[in-house]
Design a binder for this molecule. Sequence first.
Ligand code: HEM
Length: 433
Amino acid sequence: MEAAVQDVLTADDPLYDELYDVTNEAMAIGNWVDVNSIMPQLHKLRAVAPVHKGRVRELLGLPHHDRHIRSAGRQHFTALTYEACEAAFRDPQTFSNSVQGHASDLDKYSMGILEMDPPMHRAYRRTIQPKFLMPEAMGWWRKRTIDNIVHRLIERLAKGERADLNIDYCARIPVYTITTAIGLDGDDALRFRHAYMNSTSSSRNVTMEDRIANGRIVEETVLGLIAARRAKPQDDLVSFLLKTRLMLPGEEPRPLTDREIMAHVKLVMVAGGGTSWRQMGITLFALLTHVDQFEQVKEDRSLIGDAIEEALRWNPTAPYFYRMVMKDTTFYGIDMPEGSVLELCLGPANRDPSRWSNPDTFDMHREKLTNMALGLGTHRCLGMNVARVEIETGINALLDAFPNLRLDPDAPAPFITGGLEQQGPSGLPVLLR
Ligand code: HEM
């Protein structure tokens, strides 16, 4: 396993450029926007009302794009304040996650727990949650994979004078962390992610045949892994899920089926592979472009945690989530019929001036208040501890190895880019010494 990880980490595989370019990623699913120009418009809309009729894209004058097949053709509403988003996040009975699935009702729960509602959601989440608590993130995840990968990447970087930390560092840590945690070989990580990203209904630039073929690769890989671990358990997530028991209300506890394990695995791969990559990049972008605060972090490493939380508030990588309205309801004075869709703008909610002063400014010393980057309530991010440990370990190791780390003045200046639903830096060109 070690040799495989090293080989892939040191390779200049063109798939990194293909899979880890935030702009291309957004264009491939048809949702690219000029993310820097829309925040002033969102501030204006929020000042008019906390909740609006219509999609956020319509309100911003952007071309139509459906993120979820299940939201197509439905009436939409948009929540922009912290308070309104929090109220919806905390009321899953009225605002359901069932809108999140990729596919039709024929493929129910293609997104696993992310699209389930209570009480089913709680029962399924409990089968996987123990592996994601902070002691596990600091222990099992960090010691088993994160430290190892970070160390090898730093060794690779140290051979040069410059780097693009987006591709050479941030992209490589989460994909291997997740893949090896699941139980796949580090060598398979990139191919597996590529197949998964090209197998869903959001993949625009692939033919239906390729989509089906990629879906088959994903299913066969995971089912093969489950069979192998059933025969011979190891210290990985799939072996853990084979031992766990599902306790659905009114039913006897039972093991998870292969399809249920597959749903967990696919969700963790997709939710954990892209988010930590982009959020680590956003945190480094924030520090590299706010040199005074970067110097303070270098002097006092205990500030890294504050920088990570403030970067999450300032620019969460996944700033928009949807909910299905389950019954006729009046929300902030607006009538919403059953079957309509509420768009929760948690990125703009994180810039709500009634909660944070100077909300557009990155200031890691501001008062610590919960922000929404990781969601709130029932579906609050399962992987948040792992993400925080990945980002903190990664940045600490960079600063240990390259105390003079800074933006490369000869390279194009990086900026935040992407789509409404996923954002990150355009690149992170740095001088290492
Ligand atoms: C900093 C990086 C991350 C961000 C910003 C982020 C953000 C989020 C958000 C906003 C949600 C809530 C979605 C909703 O309410 O509909 C969520 C859920 C989730 N995240 Fe993360 N995430 C990150 C990293 C990760 C990682 C590393 C993993 C896995 C290792 C992960 C796995 C999940 C899963 C499985 C869910 C669904 C939880 C549920 O439905 O109960 N995330 N994430």
